[in-house]
Design a protein around this ligand. Structure first.
Ligand SMILES: CC(C)(COP(=O)(O)OP(=O)(O)OC[C@H]1O[C@@H](n2cnc3c(N)ncnc32)[C@H](O)[C@@H]1OP(=O)(O)O)[C@@H](O)C(=O)NCCC(=O)NCCSC(=O)/C=C/CC(=O)O
Ligand SMILES: Cc1cc2nc3c(=O)[nH]c(=O)nc-3n(C[C@H](O)[C@H](O)[C@H](O)COP(=O)(O)OP(=O)(O)OC[C@H]3O[C@@H](n4cnc5c(N)ncnc54)[C@H](O)[C@@H]3O)c2cc1C
Length: 674
């Protein structure tokens, strides 16, 4: 075995020495101030320094069952610590949010394949907070907050996930006993997929069709106890279990659930929005979509998960590419260059870094918008709910699609070693691709946004008032078919993307109108689906760039000149990469010449070259500890080959010289050939 010495890799040190800006200043921006950075580091250390977590164990070699058991063991260390810390910090909702925000990063060191408790706070408690009336809140919230019970969110069924109106689980009100009777009438009505449901939680929010006085009143949320608190056995009438092996998320414990005449008390229907009187009279909510609120909440927070996921992948690929040397650019060069010297390698990695920053700006913005609009809802005003729904749907889809695609590009950027499990890309990718499906399948999400855009376009044509995010449709209508002139400033690029988005929305609108002559509006819309998806994507790119511009214009007023240059280049790279990737859409609606495209290509090459000296500073500035990065290729010290070697030594096959399969199979086989 070679002697392994671990000092900072000299190539990586050389890169860091070239960084011109103050990395800590960048970190302070990224986490919202120096105090928050200190707090983040403290919280991370509080969890990760706990030796009982045994974070050195490579869980990837464990069996499916062992992985689950280890994940539960770790959760039973992390969650009590979390509750203790929450009390120590002050016990407020804000303190809780602080811990959860930081755990988004830290958890990737502890539960690489997902957390078997994650739905408890993430969806079960959130639904209770959003949809329980005051009485229900005082009964259930303390139990949730103290983890006296553990819950999940059981909505999806074997037969339906997207079209939730057709869920088949029934909750029939019995006014005589003041109970609901829950049933699973068919195989396709089995709840299927809810995280943590299989063998972990003892309660669930069950979304079921409410039947009262012989009528169906649509899907409503019910709190159902599914396992005994003492024995953990399923409650009478309940069938519950694990749905089996998946592409990823192995330790999330996704489960199935069925009911056979399960009775729950009247008070267990969450009644903040829809209400049922004790005699069985149903009272509709003020806003029919209020019951979908938990999904909106999660979609909003998923943009932050994308930031975490992509920052980790970008850190790994950047550090590795500054350590790995291969393929001289001039054939006679003695010394092979760092692979980051290859322009194509820069093009794989640097746009990903820029996106992390733009998505972070968007994630913060969206969260603020969510808080404002939720507050308006508590005061009975739901006017802006469709806008939030439309924005969160397209962002959820575009950002999670991009996280999966970018992780794969970054894995490929690390060549063969990127394919090692120890590179960390596999877990990153599996988590990213799961997010493309859960919380609303991405195509379906884009079509929801497109529905809003088509409605907004009709309003623009009729001269009606639009919401702020789609003001650009007014400009398009005013231009009355004239193409947008191209101006290559950043704001000019935004206008070009706006023109492309508006043009696409206009042509989808026109095609629906044409098809409506022969088809129903729904059929016409379905036939226009491919265009509609592109409308939603382009609209999302508009929102991202606009937010990026507005945020960065503010940021650069408050940072040092050196960091100002970095942010300007982030914006330049993000904008140019974007526009070049959608040139077909742009050319349809913007007067852009070949010379303009050549100029943009040159600017892309120039900005990549600038980025070369900031990239390591930015990824170091994401401030992800080695435990969080969790990759042999991405450690801070850059000792890639030593790490790879050490990880290989942990393979169970390397714990013995000769495996028993030699005696059982190989030897007889070889002998038989003599
Ligand atoms: C696809 C959906 C949105 C369709 O819902 P449906 O009620 O059938 O819609 P309609 O076509 O009747 O009405 C559309 C209408 O409603 C507006 N709208 C829809 N949702 C919302 C909302 N949340 N807030 C505000 N407004 C909303 C929409 O804008 C339309 O308005 P119009 O004025 O144009 O009529 C729905 O079925 C859906 O969301 N499906 C996806 C299911 C899903 O996301 N499931 C998640 C399950 S939980 C999970 O996956 C957990 C994962 C684990 C983890 O997170 O860690
Ligand atoms: C890892 C993971 C965790 C999950 N966790 C939970 C959980 O905790 N709780 C829970 O309740 N659920 C959970 N789910 C379920 C998840 O929310 C659904 O799988 C998701 O909403 C997609 O629904 P579906 O499976 O019915 O897909 P489908 O709707 O069947 O999608 C299949 C295909 O049909 C297309 N399609 C469907 N409808 C339309 C349409 N209207 N227009 C165009 N195309 C359409 C889709 O685009 C897709 O290509 C989880 C799923 C996964 C993968």
């Amino acid at each position: 075995m070679p002697a392994i010495s671990k000092t900072i890799n000299k190539d990586l040190k050389e890169e860091r020495d070239k960084v011109k800006f103050n990395i800590e200043e960048f970190t302070n921006w990224f986490y919202g101030g120096s105090e928050k950075v200190l707090e983040k580091r403290k919280i991370e250390n509080y969890f990760l320094s706990d030796k009982s977590l045994n974070l050195e164990t490579d869980t990837s070699y464990l069996s499916y069952k062992e992985k689950y058991e280890e994940a539960i063991r770790r959760s039973c260390i992390v969650y009590p610590k979390m509750l203790k810390l929450h009390q120590e910090l002050g016990g407020t909702e804000e303190d809780f949010r602080k811990i959860m925000d930081n755990l988004r990063y830290t958890m990737s060191a502890i539960q690489k394949e997902g957390n078997p408790f994650m739905l408890h706070f993430g969806m079960f408690t959130v639904t209770i907070m959003n949809l329980a009336n005051d009485e229900q809140l005082s009964e259930w919230l303390p139990k949730c907050v103290n983890c006296e019970i553990l819950g999940t969110y059981a909505q999806t069924e074997l037969g339906h996930g997207t079209f939730i109106k057709k869920l088949e689980t029934t909750a029939t009100y019995d006014p005589k006993t003041k109970e609901f009777v829950l049933n699973t009438p068919t195989l396709t009505a089995y709840k299927w997929w809810p995280g943590n449901l299989g063998h972990t939680v003892n309660h669930a929010i069950v979304m079921a069709q409410l039947y009262t006085k012989g009528e169906c009143c649509g899907i409503q949320p019910f709190i159902v106890q599914i396992r005994d608190l003492e024995t953990h056995k399923p409650m009478p009438g309940i069938t519950v279990g694990d749905i089996g092996n998946k592409v990823g998320f192995q330790t999330v414990n996704n489960g199935f659930l069925a009911f056979n005449n399960v009775r729950i008390p009247y008070k267990n229907m969450l009644m903040k929005s829809s209400k049922l009187s004790e005699d069985g009279t149903f009272i509709k909510p003020k806003n029919a979509k209020q019951n979908y609120g938990t999904m909106v909440f999660v979609r909003v927070y998923m943009i932050m998960d994308v930031v975490v996921n992509m920052s980790r992948a970008a850190t790994i690929a950047t550090r590795y590419s500054m350590v790995r040397r291969q393929s001289p650019i001039n054939p006679n060069d003695e010394v092979e260059p760092k692979i980051i010297e290859h322009m194509t390698q820069q093009y794989k990695i640097f746009p990903a870094i820029a996106k992390v920053i733009i998505y972070k700006c968007m994630a913060d913005n969206l969260r603020n918008l969510y808080q404002q609009i939720t507050l308006e809802g508590t005061k009975g005003s739901f006017e802006r709910a469709p806008e939030l729904h439309a924005l969160s749907c397209c962002l959820k889809a575009v950002c999670t699609n991009d996280a999966a695609k970018t992780t794969e590009i970054l894995r490929l950027a690390c060549g063969g070693h990127g394919f090692l499990n120890s590179s960390g890309f596999a877990d990153n990718y599996k988590n990213a691709t799961a997010a493309q499906t859960y919380e609303g399948e991405n195509t379906v999400m884009l079509l929801q946004t497109a529905r809003f855009l088509i409605k907004s376009f009709t309003k623009a044509k009729n001269g009606e008032k639009l919401t702020e995010g789609v003001f650009y449709l007014n400009d398009f209508v005013k231009r009355n078919g004239k193409r947008e002139p191209f101006d290559d400033s950043i704001r000019g690029i935004l206008r070009a993307i706006q023109a492309a988005a508006a043009g696409k929305i206009s042509s989808a609108w026109k095609h629906i109108e044409e098809k409506k002559k022969f088809l129903t509006v729904e059929e016409a819309t379905n036939q226009t689906g491919i265009e509609l998806i592109r409308c939603a994507e382009l609209h999302c790119y508009v929102c991202l760039l606009q937010t990026g511009i507005e945020e960065i214009e503010q940021i650069i007023k408050n940072v040092s000149p050196a960091l100002r240059e970095v942010f300007k280049n982030v914006l330049e790279l993000y904008a140019i990469d974007n526009v070049l990737n959608m040139i077909g859409d742009i050319l349809q609606h913007v007067d852009m010449t070949n010379a303009d495209i050549d100029k943009l290509q040159k600017r892309l090459e120039a900005v990549l070259t600038f980025f070369r000296s900031s990239a390591i500073g930015i990824v170091d500035g994401f401030d992800l500890s080695d435990a969080v990065v969790s990759s042999t290729l991405g450690t801070y010290d850059g000792n890639v080959y030593e790490n790879i070697f050490e990880a290989a030594m942990k393979s169970p096959l390397n714990q013995e010289d000769v495996n028993k399969s030699f005696h059982l199979y190989l030897k007889p086989f070889l002998k038989s050939n003599l």
